[in-house]
Write a new protein. Structure first.
Length: 150
């Protein structure tokens, strides 16, 4: 992945800022689209999950990073968009497998669960790992047949 959108709620705001800086240093300033929020004032995580998911679906970016307190609410919300695979990851192994086997476009994490260094490492693993395809691709297709109207 070369370009990413990043978003959070208030609980994830500080980690979002830190990860955006990390990702810009790694990928370039123009490669990271900060979808907000602009401050740590209280917001609702579904709003930011939708912004990042929609940027991915529109092809504006290759993938996304979403952060709330646990990563749970914001990943559940992103996965309500048809075609989105948002994976809640709390370590490098799950981040790597989310790409290799699940072709996740979005990694979600919990700012109250992982520290900044773990968050950087897992986002790096997510960026660097390619989807393995093959039998995993057939399963991805089946996932999306579960969507309403599919
Ligand atoms: C906000 O307090 C918290 O509920 C939210 O960040 C997230 O953890 C929800 O899943």
């Amino acid at each position: 992945m070369r370009t990413l959108a990043i978003g959070s709620d208030h609980a994830g705001f500080n980690l979002k800022q830190a990860l955006a800086e990390h990702l810009r240093a790694r990928l370039g300033d123009d490669a990271v689209l900060d979808m907000g929020p602009p401050s740590a004032a209280r917001v609702d995580y579904p709003d930011y999950a939708a912004k990042v998911a929609d940027a991915v679906l529109a092809g504006t970016v290759d993938g996304g990073v979403l952060i709330c307190g646990t990563g749970i609410g914001i990943s559940i919300a992103a996965n309500k968009r048809a075609g989105i695979r948002a994976a809640l990851c709390h370590d490098v192994t799950t981040a790597r497998m989310a790409r290799a086997h699940n072709d996740a476009q979005i990694v979600a994490l919990g700012s109250r669960v992982v520290g900044e260094q773990v968050a950087r490492d897992l986002v790096d693993a997510f960026l660097e790992t390619a989807f393995e395809g093959g039998r995993h691709a057939d399963r991805i297709t089946k996932i999306h047949t579960l969507e309403p109207g599919a």
